[in-house]
Design a protein around this ligand. Structure first.
Ligand code: AIR
Length: 354
């Protein structure tokens, strides 16, 4: 069986690495010859929305998945056989658009931050601010891009103009205790595999550190929310759901219809990584019925690769280099540490300037 992956970034790279344990072949579609995934696997080199290349991918594969959500849905729908695409294009459409996403989640009786659509300067005229808000582009923003904090009409108008008056939402800032997420897989037989929720620390909207949360009450809430979202959308594959924890109540921040950065710890800390789980779910390979988890944490490497030689001899520290060129704040690798001692945590934080 062959799986086609749209996109050749680090998420595709880690899926290819996981596929070596499975009876599967993979091919990616990416415009760059030396994309992180293209460096280790077969690729079709073309733009992600090139209809001919998508058709080639579709014809040569039994199953199609994607590793980023900012894709041209019209082209995907016209070229790909929807029976082959997982997660389905309906949930991709929702996850691509912050307004549709929030409405979808609220319609399931799940809480999000309060929001309102902003499509024109007129929409801003009657807005009264009683707290800080975020102006967020409806489409194409991730890792803190396409977001601005605003606290009055003037800053909102300036922000909206900075975003070229593109469709946006105004979202109330949530005063949370901490941010957390769950990674969940669901297969075609409606079986679920839940990882433990993790607490996530962000810097300027970019994830920097993830550690396991042992909190049965929050875990149950997160699993219930995941079941509602994934069951109602007939979701097949792995999904990441990000939350704000407000006094023990989980509020959904956003969903990712793919493997997710806050699940990278699963490579070295679980019996089945999120990448393997995703491939198993979408190809109908059996998924594990029991979960075995180690005490693991994950640190993102942003910008450029520091000299990590001092860590490479530690047998409980695993360095993952995506082989990307350096760029400010770019996710270029991560470190997983199993049962780290305090000295090791300090050493990692120092090397990564955290
Ligand atoms: N990605 C997808 N959605 C969010 C993220 N972080 C991953 C995918 C994608 C890559 O980040 O693997 O291909 C793009 O990273 P960059 O640094 O090239 O923008």
């Amino acid at each position: 069986m062959k799986v086609g992956i749209i996109g050749g970034g680090q998420l595709a790279r880690m899926m290819i690495q996981a596929s070596s344990r499975l009876p599967l072949d993979t091919v990616i579609l990416d415009p760059k010859k030396n994309s992180p995934a293209g460096l280790i696997g077969e690729s079709i080199i073309a733009e992600l929305n090139d209809p001919k290349a998508l058709e080639e991918l579709s014809n040569s594969c039994d199953i199609i998945t994607y590793e980023l959500e900012h894709l041209d849905l019209e082209i995907l729908s016209s070229v790909l056989d929807p029976k082959k695409v997982f997660p389905n294009l309906k949930i991709l459409k929702i996850a691509q658009d912050r307004l549709l996403e929030k409405k979808y989640i609220n319609d399931l009786d799940i809480d999000t931050a309060n929001f309102r659509p902003i499509s024109s300067i007129e929409d801003i005229e009657n807005i009264q601010f009683d707290s800080d808000c975020f102006l967020k582009l409806r489409k194409s923003g991730f890792d803190g891009r396409g977001q601005l904090k605003v606290n009055d009409q003037k800053s909102l108008i300036t922000g909206f103009q900075k975003f070229e008056c593109l469709p946006a939402i105004l979202e109330q800032c949530i005063e949370f205790d901490f941010e957390c997420s769950i990674i969940v897989g669901r297969n075609k037989s409606d079986e679920y595999f839940f990882y433990p929720i993790t607490e996530n620390l962000h810097h300027n909207g970019i994830l920097i550190h993830t550690k396991l949360l042992n909190n049965p009450a929050l875990q149950k809430q997160a699993e219930d929310i995941a079941r509602k979202i994934m069951g109602s959308s007939n979701y097949i594959g792995v999904m990441g759901i990000e939350f704000f924890n407000v006094s023990g109540n989980l509020i959904v921040n956003e969903i990712a219809p793919r493997v997710h950065n806050s699940g990278h710890w699963t490579i070295d800390g679980a019996n089945c990584s999120q990448f393997e789980l995703h491939l198993r779910c979408i190809t109908n390979l059996e998924i594990p019925h029991e979960i075995q988890i180690q005490d693991v944490q994950m640190f993102n490497i942003l910008g450029s690769m520091p000299n990590l030689a001092s860590l490479s001899t530690e047998t409980n520290i695993f360095i993952h280099d995506y082989k990307k060129s350096p760029r400010e704040n770019r996710k270029i690798g991560h470190i997983n540490g199993v049962s780290l001692n305090n000295a090791q945590i300090q050493a990692i934080k120092q090397l990564l300037l955290l």
